[in-house]
Design a protein around this ligand. Structure first.
Ligand SMILES: Nc1ncnc2c1ncn2[C@@H]1O[C@H](COP(=O)(O)OP(=O)(O)OP(=O)(O)O)[C@@H](O)[C@H]1O
Length: 330
């Protein structure tokens, strides 16, 4: 488990103070994948670097697995850091070392026996699908392969927590998907807790259980991804479902924006409106998104039928717990 409590970070540069984090409190449960989403300059890198004290907070506390990192001696912090792996946007591999030597590096630093290192490196390269590249150099690898080496190296000391600093930002969409799939597998197979920062909503949708949004150093929301997306008022929802385009034609019925999540997204609601209420739903615009094992959607529909029937249909949808907005955003 990772806990930030009241964390602030102020940088002083050229006599000027920059508040990069302002009173951030965030809890990531053990075994979760948590994504921190934010625009450039929001403070994401600062936040993730505070999780292993590469950056020391100006105020507040950071604990990992119940250990208050700021209270540790330098020696104890060095040990605690072995339990916190990190992967980077630009991979940070040693160009002059082979893939195997890159992965072995943290184990050599920790003084592990040679044979144990050899076995562990083999196991890790197999885990990330690079057994055939052990003797290659980073310059001979694609971006996705380099990141897989970065992941293998980060996992070498068997960390409980993995920090990902925009690990897929430099990769194309397909490679991004495969690296995210690998991170999800690692989380599930090894139970590693993952804290990642990203400016890409797609990363959050693809693998995060929970997420938070950082804006100008402040955490403006946090929660389960599916729960945040189910509410049109959240930043996460608005980032996932951009506002509908302004209408160019007159509505052909009562125009309503529907947010479907969880159970609702699995039921044939529009068919029910037709059968039970004699109300047809014309789909104007919208999207359904897959989020983990569930689906979330936002649809703009024109409900067509007698005024009474449409009112009853709307009452039914509200009773079902759906979020409805008559004045669709946009
Ligand atoms: N070492 C530093 N010295 C002074 N200011 C800094 C330093 N590092 C970051 N900042 C400032 O702190 C703020 C947050 O920066 P940070 O890099 O954490 O944001 P970010 O969300 O990771 O941005 P990006 O996505 O562009 O990397 C910015 O205003 C940045 O200019």
């Amino acid at each position: 488990m990772i806990a930030f409590r009241g964390v602030s970070k102020v940088y002083t540069a050229g006599g000027r103070e920059v508040a990069a984090l302002r009173n951030v409190s965030l809890r990531v449960e053990a075994g979760e994948i948590h994504g921190v989403l934010g625009q450039s300059g929001a403070g994401k890198s600062t936040l993730i670097r505070c999780a292993n004290l590469l950056e020391r907070p100006t105020e507040g506390s950071v604990s990992v697995d119940g250990q208050d990192l700021l209270a540790l001696s330098p020696e104890a912090l060095r040990k605690a850091r072995q339990g916190i792996g990190m992967i980077f946007q630009h991979f940070n591999l040693f160009g002059s070392k082979t893939v195997a030597a890159n992965v072995a590096y943290p184990l050599e630093v920790a003084g592990a026996p040679r044979e144990a290192i050899r076995e562990r490196v083999e196991e890790l390269l197999s885990l990330v699908g690079l057994s055939d590249k052990a003797q290659a150099y980073p310059s001979q690898l694609s971006g996705g392969q380099k990141q897989r080496v970065g992941i293998a190296r980060a996992l070498a000391p068997r960390p409980r927590v993995l920090l990902s600093d925009e690990a897929t930002s430099a990769l194309d969409p397909e490679t991004t998907r495969s690296v995210l799939g690998l991170l999800r597998d690692i989380n599930q197979k090894l139970g590693v807790t993952l804290l990642l920062i990203t400016h890409q909503m797609d990363v959050v949708k693809a693998i995060c259980d929970s997420a938070s949004v950082l804006e100008r150093g402040r955490l403006v929301e946090q929660g389960k991804v599916t729960e945040l997306l189910a509410h049109p008022s959240t930043r996460l929802h608005q980032l996932c479902f951009p506002a509908f385009a302004p209408p160019t034609d007159a509505p052909s019925g009562r125009r309503v924006a529907l947010t479907l999540a969880g159970e609702h997204a699995r039921r044939p609601l529009l068919g029910t409106l037709a059968r039970q209420f004699d109300v047809d739903a014309l789909l104007v615009e919208g999207a359904m998104e897959r989020v983990g094992n569930t689906r979330v959607g936002r649809l703009l529909v024109d409900l067509q039928g007698s005024a009474d029937a449409v009112s009853q249909a709307l009452a039914y949808l509200r009773e079902q717990g759906l979020t409805l907005e008559e004045a669709a955003h946009g």
